[in-house]
Design a protein around this ligand. Structure first.
Ligand code: ADP
Ligand code: MG
Length: 510
């Protein structure tokens, strides 16, 4: 991928935009780009630089991305007396072209954020994130989407954990620490190289064994990543040449704290109760069996830890696949696990497709598992399995979708039955939450009451982001308790929003 038309082979100390930005280290990468930490010599602050692949298709997509980013920019978000939800979308600071050995690359400059939500999910070992954080993330995500859909006419089309980033707080202090650690690592490598050169006979046992264990753990972590990295284009994730130091952890370390440890499954429920009702520490300790104690290393209660931690601020990032309410660029949208039924069936789609993905994402934050994880079998495709899983969780596909979906006939026969999968096991969301994930009756009820309107199989009836901000499940969201959107009604679908479930026809007016 580092070839003409591909990624730009950036390096530390490289300068951009006539010397204005100096590259420091890698922050992340995606299918379209590599993202770097750089110092802005004009403001003397640090920025994130997204360097897009140089192929024509990527360049054109990047130019669209810049237009979309300008539309959702903070400048358009603040209206006095209203909640400024534009702050939940990554803000574009600058953009320019950069020529390198692989061609001309579009570069976008952003504020520096921390890790994406997939890293947070992994931090909790795929066992679910404490409910109080999920509520914060969910409310901000919905506020951001409502702003995008209603105020900007922009559809993201790729809402997933990797594309939602967390804020890190004092970026400059963290960068200082990261630079220090990077330097230590470089010095160490230099020292090791010298040591190997001088002792030709010694097989450097430590270096070898550490390399093999690192690659084993890397392999483990990439397996899941590989599976979930099923972008529509079917890309292969690129191994990072520089190991990335974890910004979020850095912050925690600096403040002498750590994220609350993952809870053993059977205590998760009690912890959730604590979040909702507050201060039932005894219940947690009592419910820990001796076996569970061995896996539960943090002795602090959820309450104690949460008091120490800042409120998690998130921002929606990566508008690389976004489009306009009145100009869709493609019908192949959304990453597999977050793909909506109307898109799979080839029916019309719109802003409401983002709501489906958001609900899948929120479920994943709560449980650590995908809501839908389709696989192919010898007699059925991934799409077959995906639709079957949707029916098992949410009921029959509405006839409107079967009649309008261009691909519906591929999956369903004339009687409206799935062609390739016959045995369906109906398992409603509330029961899944109770039985599989051990949420209490009350929590399972409230969570499914919150998620189901966003998982309406028919996009016409799907609840819109703004209305869902007003859901009682989000009432106690720390830091955002008072935020309500008086101009949207809870559970109401967004059919009044232009482009809600179909591309607005005619000359694009955006
Ligand atoms: P792509 O379009 O190639 O998927 P993204 O915009 O999603 O590019 O960026 C790829 C990754 O880079 C993200 O998942 C994230 O980990 C990291 N990243 C992107 N923007 C920032 C930023 N502003 N601050 C810190 N990390 C970022
Ligand atoms: Mg991305």
């Amino acid at each position: 991928d580092y070839k003409p038309g591909g990624y730009h082979p950036a390096f530390r100390g490289e300068t951009y935009n006539h010397g204005r930005y100096i590259l420091v280290r890698k922050l992340g990468w995606g299918h379209f780009s590599t993202v770097w930490l750089a110092r802005d010599t004009v403001t003397n602050a640090h920025v994130a630089m997204k360097v897009v692949r140089s192929d024509k298709v990527y360049t054109e997509a990047a130019l669209d991305e810049i237009k979309l980013l300008r539309r959702v920019s903070t400048r358009n978000g603040s209206v006095e007396g209203f909640y400024d939800a534009s702050k939940h979308i990554l803000n574009l600071l600058d953009s320019f072209n950069h020529s390198g050995p692989n061609g001309k690359h579009v570069v976008m400059v952003f504020e520096v954020l921390g890790e994406n939500l997939l890293a947070l999910i992994k931090k909790y070992e795929h066992r679910g994130i404490p409910v109080m954080y999920v509520k914060q993330i969910a409310k901000q995500l919905l506020l951001g989407l409502d702003y995008m859909h209603r105020k900007c006419g922009v559809i993201h089309t790729d809402i997933k954990p990797e594309n939602v980033l967390m804020e890190v707080g004092d970026v400059e202090a963290i960068v200082k620490m990261v630079e220090l650690l990077d330097k230590q690592k470089r010095d160490q490598r230099k020292f090791q190289r010298r040591a190997t050169k001088t002792s030709i006979d010694s097989p450097t046992v430590t270096a070898n064994s550490s390399r093999s264990s690192t690659s084993a753990s890397l392999e483990r972590s990439t397996t899941r990543r590989l599976r979930r990295h099923t972008l529509i284009t079917g890309s292969q994730p690129l191994p990072s040449p520089i190991s990335s130091t974890n910004f979020f952890e850095m912050k925690a370390q600096m403040m002498g704290q750590s994220l609350p440890r993952p809870m053993p499954p059977s205590t998760k429920n009690n912890v959730n109760n604590v979040n909702v009702s507050g201060g039932e520490e005894e219940q947690i300790t009592n419910s820990l069996s001796s076996l569970e104690i061995s896996t539960f290393t943090d002795e602090r209660t959820e309450d104690e830890v949460s008091r120490e931690l800042d409120v998690i601020q998130i921002k929606i990032a990566d508008l690389g696949n976004a489009c306009w309410y009145d100009e869709h660029y493609t019908n192949s949208i959304q990453t597999r696990e977050y793909r909506s039924p109307e898109v799979i069936l080839g029916s019309e789609w719109g802003c409401s497709a983002d709501i489906w993905s958001a609900a899948c994402l929120i479920f994943e934050l709560l449980t650590g598992d995908f809501l839908f994880e389709p696989d192919e079998g010898h007699s059925y495709t991934k799409d077959d399995d995906h639709i079957a899983q949707m029916i098992e969780l949410l009921g029959d596909i509405p006839s409107r979708l079967l009649n309008t979906g261009r691909h519906a006939r591929t999956f369903f026969n004339s009687k409206g039955q799935l062609r390739n999968i016959s045995k369906l096991k109906y398992w409603p969301l509330k029961e899944v939450l109770r039985e599989k994930y051990k949420f209490s009756d009350e929590d399972a009820h409230n969570i499914s009451d919150f998620l189901l309107p966003m998982l309406s199989l028919d996009p016409q009836g799907r609840a819109d982001a703004g209305g869902m901000v007003n859901h009682p499940w989000l009432d106690g969201t720390v830091g955002l308790e008072a935020v309500k959107l008086s101009d949207r009604k809870l559970y109401e679908s967004g059919v009044d929003i232009p482009g809600w479930c179909q591309e607005v026809a005619g000359q694009p007016r955006h």
